[in-house]
Ligand binder design. Structure first.
Ligand code: HGY
Ligand code: MN
Ligand code: MN
Ligand code: MN
Length: 414
């Protein structure tokens, strides 16, 4: 491809779309809560469909609810170059985690179509179903279904109010038992490149706007149930107690030490206590542990050490412990040709190239089962994410989207 004309996306329209999308599911925290297949997320899906149609894309929804905008290729080459991300959010989230990749992908394909830029291969932008996994306890549903990794057992997972994924899909006019039909073949997809906010501090500390992910951490989500004996807070001597909450506290601190020693990360993000009264020693606690590492062997070691720590503490305190792995994905590596294409994009746009490992999970992890992947990261102010104050500047969003545009054009003519 000649290096002379470097197309640019419409940065103003990108920013405007991101702000409009950010209003859908805006909550009292000043952030966004748009859980998968909730009313808010269904409203956001309609916004995305309109944006894809305004961009002149062929739009379809697959059996897992993934929204797919497509431009047929100018050549007779099979194997689409695909970008995408998600619009479902965590609780009290920011406006950029996911939407930046979906809206930038739509803008990139719109620019290619409007400027008649040649692309031998088909191009697609995908808005995936349930990347975050916050509502039902497992994530990457849409991208895993597309990669052929749909698990029917997910349909019985329930959310905080007892609604199953099956019911939520039916309410969204999806046919839950057909979700596995979303699977695609390796021949259909040549490469997958995602644009996402960094959600960390590396780019901020280096005063860089864009990063290239070389790898993405793997994760394991553990659900831990500790059962002791509820008892009177006043009359029960300390030595006779079987207090699962004190045990959980000890286990959490042990997990923190394991993560520090392994140079990985471990997070307890949810905790349920029953019966949960000020003058009653808890009878049972339920908490989750999010364990991550860049290397698979270290991830396994961390998971085993944390589970052993929980079992030890429970044994010493006469408690019953049950630990379930409710979700997990192994670390993935970006493909060199895709990282090189992104690097050329940075160079052509005079953006300093910076290669780095990504600690946040993305649909690219699931799509790695189907195609070579790449991930472009955009600076997050103060590294804040999964928080109402998550923010990336219009300039950085535009820079990332232009690097994505360049990368898609390059890969679709390889
Ligand atoms: O948990 C993650 O890293 C991503 O936000 N799903
Ligand atoms: Mn997220
Ligand atoms: Mn995300
Ligand atoms: Mn075209």
């Amino acid at each position: 491809m000649s290096e002379v004309v470097i197309p640019r996306i419409n940065g103003e329209r990108l920013w405007h779309s991101l702000q409009q999308l950010g209003e859908i599911g805006a909550d009292s925290s000043g952030g966004v809560t748009r859980l998968s297949l909730s009313e808010e997320e269904l409203g956001a899906r309609q916004f995305i469909v309109r944006l894809m149609k305004d961009a002149g894309l062929d739009v379809r929804q697959d059996e897992a609810g993934n929204l797919i905008g497509r431009l047929e290729g100018d050549g007779a080459v099979q194997g689409a170059v695909v970008t995408g991300s998600h619009i479902d959010s965590v609780i009290q989230a920011g406006r950029f985690d996911g939407p930046l990749g979906v809206v930038s992908g739509i803008e990139a394909l719109r620019t290619i179509k409007e400027q008649g830029i040649r692309h031998e291969r088909p191009l697609e932008v995908i808005c995936f179903t349930d990347e975050e996994g916050v509502r039902f306890g497992a994530g990457y549903f849409g991208s895993r279904a597309m990669a052929g990794d749909w698990d029917e057992a997910w349909l019985e997972l329930t959310d905080f109010s007892g609604i199953t994924l099956k019911e939520a899909m039916e309410r969204a006019d999806l046919k839950p038992h057909k979700a596995s039909l979303a699977a695609r073949s390796r021949e259909e997809i040549k490469a997958y490149v995602e644009l996402h906010i960094e959600q960390g501090r590396v780019l901020e500390d280096r005063e860089l706007s864009v990063g290239i992910a070389t790898a993405i951490y793997g994760h394991r989500w553990l659900e831990v149930r500790l059962r002791g004996r509820a008892d009177h807070a006043g009359t029960t001597p300390m030595k006779l107690r079987r207090d699962p909450l004190a045990a959980a506290a000890e286990a959490m601190l042990a997990a923190e030490q394991i993560a520090l020693q392994a140079d990985g990360v471990a997070t307890v993000g949810t905790l349920q206590i029953s019966p949960g009264a000020i003058n009653v020693i808890p009878g049972e606690v339920l908490f989750t542990v999010d364990v991550r590492h860049e290397r698979l062997d270290s991830l396994h070691e961390m998971e085993q050490a944390i589970e052993a720590g929980i079992a030890r503490v429970a044994g010493e305190r006469g408690l019953e412990a049950s630990i379930r792995v409710i979700d997990g994905a192994d670390p993935v590596q970006s493909a060199s040709p895709i990282m090189d294409a992104i690097g050329r994009g940075c160079k052509a746009l005079e953006i300093q190239e910076h290669r780095m490992v990504c600690g946040a999970g993305h649909d690219a992890v699931a799509m790695n089962e189907l195609a070579d992947i790449g991930l472009i990261l955009v600076r997050s102010r103060d590294g804040i994410s999964h928080h109402p104050q998550e923010w990336s500047s219009p300039e950085d969003c535009e820079a990332g989207a232009n690097v994505l545009l360049y990368t898609l054009i390059r890969l679709s003519n390889d």
